[in-house]
Design a protein around this ligand. Structure first.
Ligand code: GDG
Length: 456
């Protein structure tokens, strides 16, 4: 049976040598499924010269990429506007960053409708539709309108906020109705499932039985499907000679006994500034660690067009300058800060080299960096914000409230001083938990759940 994946971004990208699959996340999970089962990946067409319908691989295709062409203005409203200036901050409980605007919503609706039209045009009997994430909340409803017997799933990658927060949105009910076009909706953790069900119950008056929402004569199942990483790929890459050479180079570059690591997209939800301030406090409180510990923060550029992201970068730049100015010496750099994208191999080297991975988002749907660290490291400690989905599934992390300045600084010390036996035992359990979430198993479980709703 074929699969129609509906996601904002295409799973392939143009390189100097031609088209190749994107690395990481969804593409890794779903391309093998498409290769085996065939189907179509519907995504936005952000550049005008890209083909609207592209067979892949070109010579002997096993699926097609179908693009929904967007003008710059539509992209600005649908993607940079409604998706990233309304739904993103709201879902992360950061309503101070929310910018409501009627044009954003009009184009968001329109783009979702056009995605749905493309899906229906591509559909063949028996196909299943799997929609991804917060960019496409209305598409399920629009697909259902045109194709009533479709089997439609949706996976939501970010937190679903408490009903009382979601209802702040003037379009909350419309968006919920959009999602309820599905047969199955998946979230990372039970808390988001409960929040979604509560939103449908209170805001739409939907009848709910356990995890089933009865809606317009249909049943919509709401389930927990925590997403993982490609554990095999990270394990293998970490062991390879080239990666181990990079680990050695990194150790030579920093020269300190311990490396504390942060890797994130540069996003206000990730808590990068508070993390730096906590490291500053740690250096103030524990001078014995001067010259012995460096903090390495990789911040990958993201949504750089948006003013809030530019402002945050200025604040991070400033904090790094201040800390290094105050504490740095001729032989020691307290904070290494890189605002750029690295190869996955280089990330593995960072994960492998770090004594502590310091992951302190103010909110995060899951956080895959935490899983990548525990998979690629063999003696370190994961310090993890309790406001992440990952904290529900990674029990053996050192959990911390990212808003608690003192506790964050203390967590660094605790991690650095943790006895070896405890570190090893915690890491062993973390690796087991991460293996259970593996992205291929995740996709498999979600698709099996789709099969169950399809026959129900
Ligand atoms: C959303 C949700 C949820 C980062 N820098 C580089 C790079 N990365 C890769 C990491 C990791 C991914 O990006 C980031 O994933 P996260 O899960 O940490 O966060 P979001 O991007 O916010 O993702 C999140 C996720 O969706 C999945 O559902 O977990 O909560 O917000 O894989 O390795 N990759 C490369 N170079 C970099 O410089 N190659």
């Amino acid at each position: 049976m074929r699969l129609l994946v509906v996601a904002n971004r295409a799973p392939i990208r143009k390189t100097d040598t031609g088209w190749s699959p994107s690395i990481g996340g969804l593409a890794t999970a779903l391309l093998p499924v498409l290769e085996e089962q065939g189907g179509v990946w519907v995504s936005m067409g952000e550049e005008p010269d890209l083909p609207e319908r592209q067979p892949y691989p070109a010579e002997d295709p096993n699926f097609h990429v179908r693009r929904v062409p967007l003008t710059q203005e539509t992209l600005d409203n649908y993607y940079y506007g409604m998706s990233n200036r309304v739904l993103w901050p709201l879902s992360h409980y950061m309503i101070e960053h929310m910018e409501l605007n009627d044009d954003f919503y009009a184009d968001y609706r329109d783009v979702n409708r056009r995605f749905a039209e493309a899906v229906v045009e591509e559909a063949q009997e028996g196909d299943q539709v799997w929609v991804q994430d917060y960019h496409l909340m209305l598409a399920p409803h629009f697909i259902r309108e045109r194709w009533p017997e479709a089997t439609i799933g949706h996976f939501w990658h970010i937190p679903w906020p408490a009903m009382e927060v979601f209802r702040i949105l003037p379009q909350a009910r419309d968006l919920l109705r959009g999602m309820l076009g599905c047969d199955l909706i998946g979230f990372h953790v039970d808390e988001y499932v409960n929040n979604f069900i509560e939103s449908a119950r209170v805001l739409l008056g939907a009848h709910v039985e356990r995890n089933i929402i009865h809606w317009q004569g249909r049943e919509v199942r709401i389930e927990t499907h925590p997403l993982g990483i490609d554990t095999g790929r990270f394990q293998q890459m970490t062991e390879e000679k080239e990666t181990q050479e990079a680990v050695q180079n990194l150790r030579d570059e920093t020269g300190t006994e311990h490396l504390v690591l942060g890797i994130d997209r540069m996003d206000y939800t990730k808590g990068i500034l508070r993390r730096l301030l906590a490291f500053e406090k740690f250096l103030e409180d524990y001078p014995a660690y001067h010259e012995r510990v460096s903090f390495y923060q990789i911040a990958t550029p993201s949504r750089t067009k948006l003013e809030t992201y530019q402002q945050m970068k200025r604040e991070v730049d400033e904090a790094v300058g201040r800390i290094n100015g105050q504490f740095g010496t001729d032989t020691w750099v307290p904070v290494y800060y890189r605002y750029r994208k690295y190869t996955q191999r280089k990330l593995c080297a960072f994960y492998n080299a770090a004594s502590v991975c310091f992951i302190t988002p103010l909110r995060d749907g899951m956080n895959l960096v935490a899983q990548e660290y525990v998979t690629s490291n063999d003696g370190g400690v994961l310090v993890l914000s309790e406001l992440t989905g990952a904290s529900y599934v990674l029990d053996q992390a050192v959990k911390v409230n990212p808003y608690d300045h003192k506790a964050l600084a203390e967590a660094i010390r605790e991690a650095l001083e943790m006895p070896e036996d405890e570190r090893k035992e915690r890491l062993r359990e973390l690796k087991e938990a991460t293996a259970r979430l593996d992205v291929h198993r995740w996709a498999d479980r979600f698709l099996k759940a789709m099969d169950r709703v399809a026959v129900a």
